[in-house]
Design a protein around this ligand. Structure first.
Ligand code: 1CP
Length: 353
């Protein structure tokens, strides 16, 4: 197997020392980059971009050409799984992603396909991307969590209160349990497919876990993610692959999340990273957690905000710098450059022997 040259993130994930804190940025390929907009226009639509491996791999490497990033993340979307399961994904520029016929009852769940073979295009995009990356840095593959995918599949899109899915938690848990079961299978297979194609790290995005109360979070979100992790650990291809788990709004459940079997926990920006470190201990990495809006500051305020996160983590090698959620489309790319260069320079002092 070929050896990746920049191993900072892999080293941090396995507890090895590094020279600087590694960094990548959630949604690092996206609309804040003019070159992304150009390729997306060439693709015709967001979904065509996702489904055309050559173009998806092109936008995956665009941020790598511009910035000193320590990992790439495959360009795709969490909603490709529901699309593959039979809920046709649509996308409109002013509206974002949505499903015309969201799930209402157990019958709707039963009619979903449980087969992710049609997501081959993601595997192909990974293969293209690995060639372009030439083993310089690792590639992250990802999926949404069962709960987060359920929210979109039941609501049809992100909504203000998520009242429908949050009600179903209480008035039709059988339906949600059944959907969760199907999603655990699809997601596990999909992540294994990505690892086979060449993904070096896997991340589970539980973007809406924070909508739930504690016991429902454990039942509908955390335990299903644990099952996925178990499935990955029981597969030859993925048994040793590093896994990052990110629950947005999960700051109050860090002790529970740290028992899920993941190698790193993603933190949103509402969590104090030094407190988080005390809770999860030294066996698990922390990823995050700069407020994405810090990127709308001045050069100095961006550096100061990043320094606080790095100081908050302190000495030690188990921190992957990132934002606490995705970068937004209005960020000036130069500001991201300022951030990344500062993280590299400023963090050195915490990695001297
Ligand atoms: O060009 C465009 O207009 C599309 C904007 C866009 C992009 C760039 C969407 C639609 N998805 C993506 C790519 C994407 N999505 C990646 C690519 C890799 C990267 O560079 O990070 C990833 C990892 C995702 C994951 C994703 N999609 C999540 C989980 C992470 C998160 O932000 O919490 C979620 C919730 C989605 C759904 C989604 N897809 C797109 C949008 C605008 C949304 C959010 C919809 C909403 O909830 O309002």
């Amino acid at each position: 197997m070929s050896v990746i040259k920049n191993r900072r993130i892999l080293d941090v994930l396995s507890g090895e020392p590094v020279d600087k804190t590694p960094v990548w940025i959630m949604r690092q390929a996206g609309r804040y980059l003019p070159e992304y907009k150009k390729t997306r226009a060439e693709a015709g639509s967001f979904l065509d971009l996702c489904k055309t491996p050559e173009l998806a791999s092109e936008v995956t490497v665009q941020p790598i050409r511009r910035f000193d990033l320590d990992a790439a993340i495959i360009f795709s979307d969490i909603l490709t799984i529901p699309d593959a399961m039979g809920l046709e994904l649509k996308f409109e520029d002013n509206r974002g992603p949505y499903f015309d016929n969201p799930l209402d009852n157990l019958n709707d769940v039963s009619s979903l396909s449980n087969n992710v073979n049609s997501l081959e295009y993601v595997a192909e995009a990974i293969i293209h991307t690995k060639t372009k990356l030439n083993n310089e840095i690792p590639l992250i593959g990802f999926s949404g969590s069962p709960w987060t995918l359920s929210t979109y599949m039941i609501e049809g899109a992100a909504t203000k209160e998520f009242r429908k899915v949050r009600s179903i938690v209480f008035n039709n848990p059988e339906m949600l349990n059944e959907l969760t079961k199907k999603l655990i299978k699809s997601i596990s297979e999909y992540l294994i497919m990505q690892a086979k194609a060449g993904a070096n790290i896997l991340m589970i995005f539980d973007s809406w876990g924070g909508l739930l109360n504690t016991n429902n979070y454990v039942h509908f979100s955390l335990n299903p993610m644990k099952e996925i992790i178990n499935n990955l650990r029981n597969n030859e291809v993925t048994k040793n692959i590093p896994i990052i788990l990110f629950t947005r709004g999960g700051g109050g459940w860090l002790n529970k999340i740290s028992e899920a079997g993941c190698n790193a926990i993603g933190l949103d920006w509402t969590v104090d990273i030094s407190d988080a470190r005390k809770i999860v201990g030294e066996n698990i990495c922390l990823q995050g957690n700069l407020d994405p809006c810090a990127l709308h500051g001045t050069e100095q305020s961006i550096k100061d905000a990043a320094s606080k996160v790095i100081d908050g983590y302190g000495f030690g090698h188990r921190h992957i710098f990132n934002l606490g959620h995705g970068i937004d489309q209005y960020v000036n790319p130069d500001n991201l450059g300022v951030l990344i260069d500062h993280v590299k320079e400023y963090s050195k002092k915490y990695h001297q022997n």
